[in-house]
Every structure is written in C-alpha cells, then in structure tokens.
Design a protein around this ligand. Structure first.
Ligand code: FAD
Length: 446
C-alpha cells in the first residue's frame, strides 16, 4: 500500500506516542493521536497554576538524549533545550553536600562521600566502567545483560565489590530520586549504564516546562494536518477487516494500523490483539506508583542547588526535593519560589487518591527537617499522583528486553506497542521506542 494513503492511529500522547506520530506523519501516513488526558505530555506533562509552571514529574533531560534532540529539531523546537546548572546536593548526616548527580568524577571531588569510598571509586569503579565500554549503553540495555551484568541487584553487586557506603550514598539516592527504585530491586547493569552515561553528561532542561517536547511535537503534527483527540480514552484496539478498530465510550473507528504507546499495564488492559505469550510478557513489566507535592512559595527557596536527594534511610517519606527556580529560568514568577517534593515509594503508594492536605501532613515534617524556614513561605500546594509512575528495571529485566520487543511488535500484523518499558525508563527510552514501533508498523503496512 502507498504510505500516502495509510490511515494510522496512535494511542497515547506521551513522548513515545508523539515520537511514533511524528515518524508516521513524516512517512506520509495520515495520523490520528488519541489520549485519555486533556493535554499532551503523559508523565512529562506540566501544569500552569497562577503563573507558576509546575513540572510535577519529569525534571531533567540529558546531553545523551540524541533521539529527543532529533525530535525537538524535527518539531522546530530545539532551542527549548538548554543547559541546566546541574548543581545538586546529597543530604547526609544532617547537612546538604553539593554534588553533580550521576557523575562519579564530581562525586570524587565532593565532601558528600567518605575518603575510603572515593578511593575505591577511583581505583576500582571508574576502571570497571571504562572496561565495559560500549557494553554499558542506556539505549541498548540488553548489552549489559550479554556482558553478565543483569543477574543481580546493584545492592548485591555494590556491597560485594565496593562496600555498603557505595549502595547507601551513591546507588540509593540516584535510583530513588530519578528512577523510583531501591538498590535492592534495580539491575546492576542498569545502574552501571547510568553511571557510565554520567561520566560525560550535561544536564539539560526544557524552557517553558518539561512537556515542551510533547507540546511542540503536537503543534507540528496538527499544523501538518494530523488529528489530535484529547480527553478520548481508548477502551479497545482489536483486529478488524484487514486493519484495526479503536473503540471508546460511544465511538469506534477503523484504521490501517495503530501504535499503542502507553505504560505496559494500560496496554494490557485494552490491546485485544496480544497473543497469550505477549500478555504474559507485559504482565511481568513492573511499575510503581509515583507522587509529588508542588509547593508554591512567596519567595525563592534560597539555596544554590536544584535537586536534593538523600543518603539511604535519611529522607523519611521524601525521596527528593527540587527547587524549580534553580533549574531553568522562567518557570516561577519573579521573586517567588517553587519546590517539588517527590514522595518515597511507601509514601507514594499511600498518596494515591489522597488530598494535597494529606500529602502535606505526610511530607512536610521531612521537608522542614532539611529546609526549616520553607513551610512558612508556602502559598499553595498541589498534589500529583501516577498509579503507573515509575517503570522498574530489575535483575533479569535487561536480558528480557529483546523478547519483550518481539512480543510488542509481532503480536499483530497491524498494531504495535511502544513505551519507555521497551528501552529505558526515561523520556529518551520512550522516544526511542516510539520511533522503533512506527518503523515496524510502516514496514508491515507498506
Ligand atoms: C515522578 C517521575 C519523574 C520522572 N523524571 C524523569 C526525568 O527527569 N527525566 C526523564 O527522562 N524521565 C523521567 N521520568 C520518566 C518519564 O516520565 C517516562 O519514561 C516517560 O514519560 C514515558 O513516556 P511514555 O510515552 O512511554 O509514557 P507516558 O508519558 O506515560 O505517556 C502515555 C500516555 O498514554 C495515555 N494513555 C494511557 N492509557 C490510555 C488509554 N486507554 N487511552 C488513551 N490514552 C491513554 C496517558 O494519558 C499518557 O498521556 C519520570 C517519571 C516519573 C513518574
């Protein structure tokens, strides 16, 4: 079939879905994007409240996000991507130590770590990361499995190779802050790939909010004639008459092909084209609820860092605090402040369906412990929750990625799956999955 005459549907207007839509549109197919929410962005979505631009989930992009950069370029929005100062802090033994997160070299210079750990890092860990070279790549984590680094957690590996301080002071804060995982449940290969990327990483942010990628992709698509249907939950995608049928509340429509770009559990609920083996594979993708509390402040927080994470066991119910006026200019009204407080795993679970007041009661005592004067400056609070928040990459998961992708792309001749769970739990991983899924579908339909 001529690509020009193909009618395609995308379910999900997060980074994976919009990457797929851009690729389908560039190939000449007609594209209709559906999302259950009232705005594009998925977990990158930003919120505008009384002049405060709140990024409740996704905070940072990285210089290694080549696919994201390419998509921004394609949407004419590359200038949105700017360098963030990248100054963070680690809370340890009652004070904040400045660090550059993910960067072992900066860690070596920081006062956050004991000398013995720094020496081990220099003598053992940095050479280990160099030795594994291109085998540690967040874009193809299955390589870490092939190198034998997916059989145990980073807690088990770290305790044995570098000692408990490595687990408590490096692995725990990085994983809980950026990936919602504990060291005992993260694959060692996943952590090593992160650390390898951190050796040479610039921290980037999007001017105007983390959803700039999705908003500019959606604008480019609609300007080019694609349709965007928001507030349109899709209840089923099934094979029909040589194509696929999408249905929702009181509507259904047929297309030549579809990309379903949602968290794996959501796809498993409504993608009726999955084989029993594919259903089993999707059911094994683990996710964890996430929650954050935005604090709109009558003045800047008054610290030099953007993100504060915690040594293992020191954060209480809080996983991280982000000071938005220190991330990128323009998110916070002049003279005001904005802190986004990320709940730890147990607190995030408890806060699903709770109110902002419940969240404040749970989280503020731990915030006040590290920023004692902050509670007096709070003008308003907003709670954000995601039942399907963090995608976990545990021991064994990296080796299963190729099999998972086969199920995602070969269950149906007319429909494919995308989402961060097929590559890496980041916007870059999601965008990569979206492009790959669209390419599979196009190859199948042409
Ligand atoms: C708290 C938090 C902080 C994070 N911070 C970062 C960060 O700083 N940097 C980074 O790179 N990554 C970060 N991530 C990860 C990042 O958010 C995800 O990897 C990325 O958003 C995944 O994109 P996606 O398109 O696969 O899924 P999503 O972004 O979840 O998009 C899926 C879309 O599908 C829609 N949908 C679901 N079901 C249906 C249905 N039945 N019908 C129609 N639409 C449906 C949803 O509404 C949603 O818009 C963070 C995640 C969380 C939870």
């Amino acid at each position: 079939m001529e690509t020009r005459s193909l009618r395609t549907a995308v379910v999900g207007a997060g980074p994976a879905g919009l990457a797929a839509a851009l690729r389908l549109h560039a190939a000449g197919a007609s594209v209709t994007v559906h999302d259950a929410a009232g705005a594009v962005g998925g977990r990158t979505r930003s919120d505008l409240v009384d002049g405060w631009r709140i990024d409740p989930a996704v905070q940072l992009y990285g210089s290694a996000y080549a696919t994201v950069r390419g998509l921004l370029r394609a949407a004419g929005a590359e200038p949105l991507l700017v360098r963030s100062p990248g100054r963070d802090a680690l809370w340890r033994k009652g004070r904040a130590h400045e660090v550059v997160y993910g960067s072992p070299t900066s860690m070596l210079a920081s006062g956050a770590l004991p000398l013995a750990l720094k020496l081990k890092m220099g003598a053992k860990y940095l050479p280990f990361l160099q030795r594994h070279g291109s085998g540690l790549d967040l874009g193809s984590l299955e390589q870490a499995a092939a190198a034998g680094l997916d059989g145990e957690s980073i807690a088990a590996w770290g305790r044995r190779e570098l000692g408990q301080d490595f687990v408590d002071l490096l692995a725990a804060p990085l994983l809980s802050t950026l990936y919602g995982m504990r060291p005992d449940e993260a694959s060692s290969g996943f952590y090593h790939a992160l650390a390898k990327q951190g050796l040479n990483l610039e921290v980037l942010a999007l001017r105007g909010g983390a959803d700039g990628l999705c908003r500019s992709a959606a604008d480019a698509l609609t300007a080019g004639g694609a349709s965007l249907r928001l507030s349109t939950p899709v209840a089923s995608v099934e094979a029909a008459d040589g194509g696929v049928r999408l249905s929702g509340d009181g509507w259904s429509e047929d297309f030549d092909g579809a990309v379903v770009a949602t968290p794996a559990a959501a796809a498993a609920r409504f993608a009726k084209f999955l084989t029993p083996d594919a259903e089993k594979a999707l059911a094994a993708v683990r996710m964890r609820p996430a929650a954050s509390l935005a604090l709109l402040l009558d003045r800047p927080v008054g610290v030099g860092w953007f993100g504060l994470s915690f040594a293992a066991g020191e954060g209480g119910s809080v996983a991280a605090v982000c000071v938005e006026e220190n991330k990128v200019a323009g998110l916070v009204p002049p003279g005001k402040g904005l802190a986004v407080v990320f709940a730890g795993p147990h607190a995030a679970q408890r806060l699903q369906g709770a109110s902002a007041d419940d969240a404040a009661a749970l989280l503020m005592p731990d915030v006040a412990r590290v920023l004692p004067s902050l509670p007096r400056t709070v003008l308003a609070t907003r709670l954000y929750t995601w039942e399907e928040g963090w995608t976990l990459f545990g021991p064994g998961d990296l080796g299963r990625l190729p099999m998972l992708r086969r199920h995602a792309w070969e269950s149906s001749p007319r429909a494919v799956l995308a989402g961060d769970w097929l590559y890496a739990p980041t916007v870059e991983g999601a965008a990569t999955a979206g492009l790959a899924a669209a390419d599979r579908l196009l190859a199948r339909l042409r």
